[in-house]
Design a protein around this ligand. Structure first.
Ligand code: NAP
Length: 259
């Protein structure tokens, strides 16, 4: 299927690795020019080269921290009027809520709620004026089924979902949709670090920890970031103008509910 977005411009935040990288690659395969961001220049440039040679689209890199005002300003200077915006950033650390201070909460809310809202604020009005826009927020399955040790993520990301539920109904009339993509377990660097941590705690190898993780998922595997990227590109397609404010869960069936 032709997704009808060739020649469009996208900002993909936090995209040198993992799910953000996969979204940038899938959009680029559809002929979308991409601006990709991450804090560390080396891996960012490597990813940009890989996307260029795989797809031939124009790739601009911006090495900045997307959770800071200066970091967002740098990205928006490189692409002031994107047609597509993929919001992403690192997730908050695990822990016990008794140990979290106000600063921990402010950091989580800043990164996983206010940063995407600021990026939307800077880009959504021009999208509506032009009559096309697609915004995807990479959040987490923990918004639908909270993960006990990830209270900072459960809380901060739920705040974003609440805001999006309202705003997405205001923009769709102008062919600007805003949807959330909720990853369950995907095989990324972050996941590999988590598995390493679990392996250390349980006194097993990382491969054994991965096996346990695979077996507990109804699909019998971890997700491939490329699947996530393709879902993102599809949600950004011209055909998806009638879908907004949705929480699209990709977790291999791990969430056990009917709705
Ligand atoms: P990853 O493999 O660790 O990749 C994270 C990417 O984001 C890297 O390119 C990193 O580059 C960049 N990044 C992190 N913080 C940034 C910042 N402040 N500003 C700009 N770039 C930043 O992680 P991932 O697995 O793709 O996860 C992406 C998001 O999905 C996270 O919020 C994570 O919590 C969430 N999630 C992932 C899973 C999973 O199974 N993978 C499941 C649920 C939720 P630099 O470090 O160089 O900045």
């Amino acid at each position: 299927m032709d997704l009808g977005i060739a020649g469009r411009k996208a900002i993909v935040c936090a995209a040198s690795k993992g799910l953000g990288r996969a979204c940038a690659m899938s959009l680029a395969r559809e002929g979308v020019d991409v601006v990709i961001t991450a804090r560390t220049p080396g891996p960012l440039e490597e990813t940009a080269d890989e996307i260029r040679s795989a797809t031939g689209v124009r790739v601009i890199t911006v090495a900045s921290d997307i959770t800071t005002e200066a970091g967002r300003a740098a990205v928006l200077a490189a692409c002031p009027e994107p047609d597509i915006l993929v919001n992403n950033a690192g997730g908050p650390p695990p822990g016990d809520f008794r140990e979290w201070t106000r600063e921990h909460w402010i950091k989580a809310v800043d990164a996983n709620m206010l940063t995407p809202i600021e990026m939307i604020k800077a880009t959504v009005d021009p999208m509506m004026k032009r009559g096309f826009g697609r915004v995807i927020n990479i959040t987490s399955s923990s918004v639908k089924a909270p993960i006990e040790v990830l209270g900072l993520s459960n809380g901060a990301r739920s705040g974003l979902h609440g805001f999006i539920a309202g705003l997405s109904r205001k923009t769709v009339k102008f062919n600007v949709t805003i949807n959330n993509l909720l990853p369950g377990p995907f095989e990324t660097e972050r996941m590999r670090n988590n598995l390493f941590h679990i392996a250390n705690v349980k006194g097993i190898t990382t491969d054994q920890a991965r096996e346990l993780r695979r077996k507990e998922n109804p699909s019998g595997r971890l997700g491939d970031p490329a699947e996530f990227g393709d879902a993102c590109a599809f949600l950004c397609s011209a055909q998806m103008g009638y879908v907004t404010g949705q929480n699209f869960l990709m977790d291999g069936g791990a969430y056990p509910g009917t709705y």
